[in-house]
Design a protein around this ligand. Structure first.
Ligand code: EPU
Length: 437
């Protein structure tokens, strides 16, 4: 049944919420648990669709999983895996199947991975993953809509990624943990969620060193053992609510927001006029007296401004006085959601040039990857359809700001990545009604 959110706008967010474990960490750690026969335990697990999808994938491979949602505990028993082939039904639901290549090779010497999908934000190829596995000695064949990997045991190698891809770094890190010899992943991603994966793997017995200059060095071990790990908090969830508080001129204490992992975001928020203060267990964001100012910023890999912070930030900038520029350098097609915001009254124009900063790898390729936002613009309620997860959250914030009623469909995208989102908005004084149709 399709679900809709209905919001009467013109409100502000006030109160307190708690952030939970990061979507982009927990799902990878669920995969890593398969490296060791036995029961691994993850805590601080969020209640999101992506955990459920990943749980389905793992169960289809023979894992026995217990998820105690209220406690945020996930027990994954990977003692008796039954197949190295990910069923086709999981292709296209999220980005997880390709990340199983290394752990399934370790357990079976082969892996069958259907072509995958995720949000509709560009082509999202897997060539870096495949090249990396070839360098580690895997044979890969593509047939009948799936990649088939084989390798008795992977061998350590030096792999230089063409771009610091999060998924390719994680995939190769998990594969290298039990390869023979040492692997170096250069030009690698170093996002906090990847460090958190390295910590979990270390708990399982892996030897992983973070070198300078975006290099991970992994000394392979013969086997890993089960472990218990607390998932890092979700810095995207924290930033999304932070921006919502400021844009709506509200006042929200976000427990679990971690300054260490939000340094870049907080700097840009401050430059845009957003006010915040650190408290014992989180950060309080207060927009009641903020004078919002325009900024020119580009997204980038860590420690740059995350591409997943871009969409909520755009909403904030629709309320700032003057012209802002955002240059998206991670994905070529991540402004598709702007048209709907324009329908609600925003003034956002997209350009294929690299605006406001350095040239990026999308220069002259014709992708509309720069946005100019004119503000402040009042927004008005509308009927809107969500195209992807992060855009979806932005639409929610736009709806809270907008005058009148907004009906949002496609909410399964939001629920894939945001823990108990309706409950959290209600807790902050915004009554979202949920309709099934
Ligand atoms: N890329 C390639 N070839 C590859 C891999 C990546 O060309 O083999 C390109 C991509 O097309 C993209 C860039 O490299 O242009 C970066 O992609 P990356 O591999 O880093 O992204 P990902 O691992 O697929 C994760 C998150 C995304 C987040 C990005 C960037 C998960 C499940 N997804 O994707 O999160 O935006 O890293 O930080 O961890 C989201 O949470 O909404 C989301 C999209």
């Amino acid at each position: 049944m399709a679900k809709k959110f209905i919001i009467e706008g013109g409100r502000y967010l006030k109160g307190e919420i708690r952030i939970r474990g990061a979507k982009n960490a927990v799902t990878k750690q669920m995969v890593a648990a398969l490296s060791a026969p036995g029961k691994s335990v993850l805590t601080n697990v969020p209640e999101i669709g992506d955990v459920e999808i990943t749980r389905g994938i793992l169960a289809s491979l023979g894992c026995v999983i217990e998820h105690r949602q209220d406690e945020g505990v996930l027990e994954i028993d990977a003692a008796n895996l039954s197949t190295p082939v990910v069923p086709r039904q999981y292709s296209g639901l999220n980005r997880i199947p390709i990340l199983l290549a290394g752990v399934l090779l370790h357990r079976f010497g082969r892996a069958g991975i259907p072509m995958m999908g995720g949000c509709d934000i560009g082509p999202r190829p897997v060539d870096f993953h495949l090249e990396g596995f070839r360098a580690l000695g895997a044979d890969i064949e593509y047939r009948d809509g799936a990649y088939h990997f084989t390798a008795k045991r992977l061998r350590g190698a030096r792999v230089t990624l063409p771009f610091p891809s999060v998924g390719a770094t994680e995939n190769l890190m998990m594969a290298a943990a039990t390869a023979q010899g040492t692997t170096e992943i250069r030009n690698a991603a170093i996002e906090p969620e990847i460090v958190d994966l390295a910590l979990f793997l270390q708990g399982m017995g892996a030897i992983i060193t973070q070198e300078t200059d975006r290099t991970w060095s992994i000394q392979g071990v013969d086997s890993l053992h089960p472990a218990t790990h607390r998932v890092i908090n979700d810095r995207i969830e924290a930033a999304s609510f932070a921006v919502s508080a400021i844009a709506t001129r509200g006042d929200v204490l976000i427990r679990g927001a971690d300054q260490l992992h939000m340094l870049t975001f907080l700097n840009w928020l401050r430059k845009a006029g957003g006010e915040f203060e650190m408290v014992e267990d989180g950060i309080r964001f207060c927009g009641m007296h903020s004078k919002l100012k325009p900024i020119a910023v580009e997204t980038g890999v860590h420690p740059g401004l995350m591409t997943d912070w871009q969409q909520p930030l755009v909403i904030l900038l629709t309320q700032a006085e003057g012209m802002s520029v955002i240059h998206e350098t991670v994905y070529e097609n991540r402004f598709g959601y702007a048209e709907t915001l324009n329908r609600m009254g925003a003034r956002i124009q997209l350009y294929s040039e690299c605006l406001g900063g350095r040239d990026c790898r999308f220069r002259q390729l014709g992708h509309k990857h720069s946005a100019v936002i004119m503000g402040p613009t009042p927004l008005t309620g509308a009927h809107i359809e969500i195209p992807d997860l992060r855009a979806g959250f932005s639409y929610l914030v736009a709806a809270v700001l907008a005058k009148g009623r907004t009906e949002i469909s496609g909410v399964q995208y939001i629920e894939r990545g945001y823990d108990r989102v309706v409950e959290k908005f209600r807790q902050l004084g915004v009554p979202i009604s949920v309709e099934q149709s």
